[in-house]
Ligand binder design. Structure first.
Ligand code: NI
Length: 188
């Protein structure tokens, strides 16, 4: 099943998401659905709050860009109850976008290396050090679990310039090929 994407301004995107336990009902299906939803919307990452669920889980898939970015080969996985325990390395600036904030792309500073702990879909625990583009994608998705959006992290000047664009997005003034839920829209 493909979920609609919750759009900027919806309160669920601002909540701190909660850990799940291994008895979480329908977890396997949910993971499959998140991958499917991400694919349908051409995303390289999708966090549960973006489909209206305030739980600590996100999926990534960078495999389609492995032609240009060789490090993305095989980078398709789910992160359950992830915690970034350390961020190191140099601060790198890169353009980011987000399925919940259609058609906005801005430069964001992030540390190049992260230490992360998480469970995979078999509930195997992982403790890894990840850097580069992968770390970038993970940090963006991870922020969603803490109610943080990339537009929060741009310069004060950019923020001022973005304000009216973000307000327009909240009102549905955008055009995308995937289904969305607006802040005041009722879910059927
Ligand atoms: Ni995002």
């Amino acid at each position: 099943m493909v979920y609609p994407i919750y759009v900027y301004g919806h309160p669920v995107l601002r909540k701190v998401a909660e850990d799940i336990d291994r008895n979480y009902e329908g977890l396997d299906q949910l993971i499959d659905d998140m991958f499917e939803t991400m694919k349908q919307s051409d995303g390289i990452g999708l966090a549960a709050p973006q489909i209206g669920k305030s739980i600590r889980i996100f999926v990534v898939d960078g495999t389609l860009m492995s032609d240009q970015e060789p490090e993305m080969a095989g980078f398709k996985q789910v992160f359950i109850n992830p915690y970034i325990t350390r961020r190191t390395g140099e601060v790198v600036v890169m353009n980011e976008g987000c399925l919940s904030i259609p058609k906005i792309y801005e430069e964001v500073n992030r540390e190049s290396t992260i230490h992360i702990e998480y469970f995979d879909r078999d509930w195997k625990f992982h403790k890894e050090i990840i850097n580069g583009f992968k770390a970038r994608i993970i940090e963006h998705e991870y922020d969603h679990l803490d109610g943080v959006l990339f537009t929060d992290m741009v310069s004060p000047l950019k923020k001022r310039l973005l304000k009216s664009k973000l307000a327009a997005i909240s009102k549905g003034k955008f055009d995308v090929d995937y289904k969305t839920i607006l802040p005041k829209q009722k879910v059927k």
